[in-house]
Ligand binder design. Structure first.
Ligand SMILES: N[C@@H](CCC(=O)N[C@@H](CS)C(=O)NCC(=O)O)C(=O)O
Length: 213
């Protein structure tokens, strides 16, 4: 398999975590978002949405959307499972994952931030305030969601799930933009538990072949 991705991309990071947890090897194909490589012919010809990640299977089939890719991987490589065996648990994990992937990430994406500065002429500080506001608001909601279920080592239970695959990249991104992360005890405890695992460390941006300082 080949994974088109970018070291700083949160959605790519989610998939890298899932692949690392499952011990699935793949070819890392960097697409430099900051240089606009995702919009250039070559990549935009194969990626219908012009986004990363994109997983190219051995038979040439291409899969987009990190959540769909991770669920595909979970079905193809069932161990370790990234979704609970019970329907309620799966719904709870997907709700946590989607509160990051659907509520926080889309409004803080590169193209959204670029539109704020380039087209709406918002200055850098206001753009960063926008970013921090939505990440902080979203993580507070995530913390409240976690508080509704019994305390556990990870977001849900004692093994990492799809929710942790989404949480960890969002925290990395939040830290990069200096988002306050205090007062989120369950969220940050799950983050710390994840980062103690070799799979999460191997998938982190600084460990990627295209990493930059
Ligand atoms: N919902 C998509 C989001 C994909 C996405 O937005 N990827 C970002 C990087 S994290 C991207 O390619 N951004 C390019 C841009 O915004 O121009 C997924 O989960 O895969």
């Amino acid at each position: 398999m080949k994974l088109y991705n970018y070291f700083r991309s949160s959605a790519s990071f989610r998939v890298r975590i899932a692949l690392a947890l499952k011990g699935v090897s793949y070819e890392y194909l960097p697409v430099h978002l900051a240089k606009g490589e995702h919009q250039q012919p070559g990549y935009s010809d194969i990626a219908t949405d012009g986004l990363v990640p994109l997983l190219a299977l051995d038979d040439g089939t291409r899969l987009s959307q990190s959540m769909a890719i991770i669920e595909y991987l979970d079905e193809q490589y069932p161990s370790p499972a990234l979704l609970p065996t019970d329907a309620l648990g799966r719904a709870q994990v997907r709700a946590l994952a989607q509160s990051i992937a659907c509520e926080i990430h889309p409004i803080n994406n590169l193209r959204v931030l670029k539109y704020l500065t380039r087209d709406l002429k918002v200055d850098e500080e206001a753009k960063n305030t926008w970013y921090r506001h939505w990440v902080r608001t979203g993580l507070e909601a995530f913390e409240r969601q976690l508080a509704q279920v019994p305390a556990s080592r990870f977001c849900h239970g004692d093994t990492p799930t799809l929710a942790d695959c989404c949480l960890v990249p969002q925290i990395f991104n939040g830290q990069r933009f200096k988002t306050p992360l205090d007062g989120l005890p369950r969220t940050m405890a799950a983050f710390d538990a994840c980062m103690a695992l070799p799979a999460f460390q191997a998938a982190q941006p600084s460990a990627c072949p295209d990493a930059e300082a």
